[in-house]
Design a binder for this molecule. Structure first.
Ligand SMILES: *Cc1c(COP(=O)(O)O)cnc(C)c1O
Length: 457
């Protein structure tokens, strides 16, 4: 197996027996514990038990756990194998050749899942724990629809009802993923909707309100709180979501072992931070222990510069101010995210775990414009034949720049990137790019609230 993989090195695969059976919880290895979520009215730490009305019990437990490894339940493991996992580690040799770089470029292929992104890794786990607890129905929100399709898929395979509040503008303009979720049996409503008090109030003011992710979150939470048999599900940001995604990096680490390599650079794109954390944290474990000096680079949009221009402070997770306060890098929960095509990167905050690591200097981040990232995506399509999601293309841009730097210096760096999803449902974005019609949005006004958090809580 090893020598075979070494010789070929085009695609590094793992067998089912070699698949990791636990997730990695980075909270066990941080130099200090994370600042806890706060109740926004008292500014005191939230009692985790209160969260059990919103999330499945086991997910709340995982959210605050300090155990280093958490076992993947058998049913989840079985569903992972059918995604299929393990996903391949792909060497982008034709891209290397085109760039004439001595660097070696590797992609971890998360675009092979039925819905085309990494999001199924946590959707499956969340559906499973809710089902096991006897919950009947999951409710969530979705923007462009990647998370909605992943949760609808997972509810279908575990036999749960699924309801999704989809940002109205996307519901109307981007029907592809809405239809996919409906085929899986999910109930889809354009948000603001007539299903909640909050939605009805907004519709009264404007019957064709375009909606925002923040509004959709508020509707999903209101819906959850009005039905006893229902729980809410979130696709990124929170610790338990990042935990489930570490299956990506744990596999990748084994795959690099098989070819006797270790990444010099670990990169990926960041919306809420889950795919990059999932890929990067198992490698970050070694850096936290002082074993490596691997560089960690997170890539975002210049139009939503949540980590490159954000403030590390407490802020709301949603626009309507319904969630607890999270300590994170944020550009403010009222930030008007411009309509970039990378819908998955349009979020004002960043996962508390990623925010902490950037703030402490363990990771750094970079930001790109729409035109730059589509240039890189076109280069990839014309060398490797892969059509990347606009989100994924942000880290491609970084990879291309880094590989060209290596060409100048002669460094044979090993560059590892998480290929978070394909772009086959984002073709109108590519069409606009080819027609030179893409807009490079400027960052909007950044206004971050200042909460006077009391010491000792
Ligand atoms: C949702 C999404 C992202 C951004 O979300 P993270 O939680 O930061 O991973 C990135 N890429 C793709 C393909 C996505 O669907």
């Amino acid at each position: 197996m090893t020598s075979n993989n070494k010789m070929k090195e085009h695609i590094i695969t793992l067998s089912a027996e070699e698949t990791p059976t636990s997730w990695y919880n980075i909270q066990a290895d941080l130099p200090e514990s994370l600042s806890p979520p706060l109740d926004s009215t008292t500014l005191k730490p939230i009692n985790p038990q209160l969260l059990e009305r919103i999330f499945a019990k086991e997910l709340v437990r995982q959210e605050i756990s300090a155990e280093r490894y958490i076992k993947v339940p058998e049913e989840v493991f079985d569903a992972y194998l059918r995604l299929p996992r393990p996903t391949p580690l792909y060497r982008a040799k034709r891209l290397e050749k085109y760039l004439k770089t001595p660097a070696r470029i590797y992609f971890k292929c998360e675009h092979f899942s039925p819905t085309g992104s990494h999001k199924t890794n946590t959707a499956i786990a969340q559906a499973y724990y809710n089902k096991k607890q006897g919950i009947n129905r999951l409710v969530t929100e979705t923007g462009a629809g990647q998370w909605g399709t992943a949760l609808a898929f997972s509810c279908a395979i575990f036999g749960l009802k699924c309801r999704i509040y989809m940002v109205r503008a996307s519901f109307q303009q981007k029907p592809g993923r809405r239809i996919i979720a409906q085929v899986y049996g999910a109930e889809m409503f354009p948000s603001p909707s007539d299903q909640t008090n909050f939605g009805r109030k907004l519709l009264k003011e404007n019957s064709n309100h375009p909606g925002t992710l923040g509004i959709a979150i508020s509707e999903a939470i209101e819906d959850t709180l009005t039905s006893e048999d229902t729980r809410y599900s979130l696709g990124s940001v929170l610790n338990h979501v990042l935990l489930h995604q570490t299956i990506i990096g744990l596999e990748a680490k084994k795959q690099f072992e098989l070819i006797d390599a270790y990444p010099d650079v670990v990169c990926g794109c960041i919306g809420g931070g889950s795919n990059y954390a999932g890929f990067g944290f198992p490698f970050m474990m070694d850096k936290l222990k002082g074993k490596t000096d691997t560089e960690f680079v997170a890539c975002e949009s210049k139009a939503v510069p949540h980590t490159t221009r954000g403030v590390y402070t407490y802020d709301f997770g949603d626009t309507a101010e319904t969630t607890p306060l999270l300590k994170m890098l944020t550009i403010g929960h009222g930030y008007a995210c411009p309509p970039i095509h990378a819908g998955g990167l349009r979020y004002h905050g960043m996962a508390p775990l990623i925010s902490y690591l950037i703030n402490k200097g363990y990771m750094r981040s970079v930001a790109y414009s729409q035109t730059e990232i589509f240039e890189a995506a076109k280069m990839l399509a014309q060398t490797e034949g892969l059509i990347a999601a606009p989100e994924t293309a942000h880290s491609l841009k970084y990879v291309v720049d880094e590989a060209l730097k290596c060409k100048k210096t002669g460094e044979e760096k090993v560059i590892a990137m998480n290929y978070s999803g394909h772009g086959l449902l984002d073709l109108t974005a590519y069409e606009q790019f080819l027609a030179n019609k893409l807009v490079n949005y400027e960052p909007q006004k950044i206004k971050v609230p200042a909460f006077q958090v009391k010491k000792g809580g």
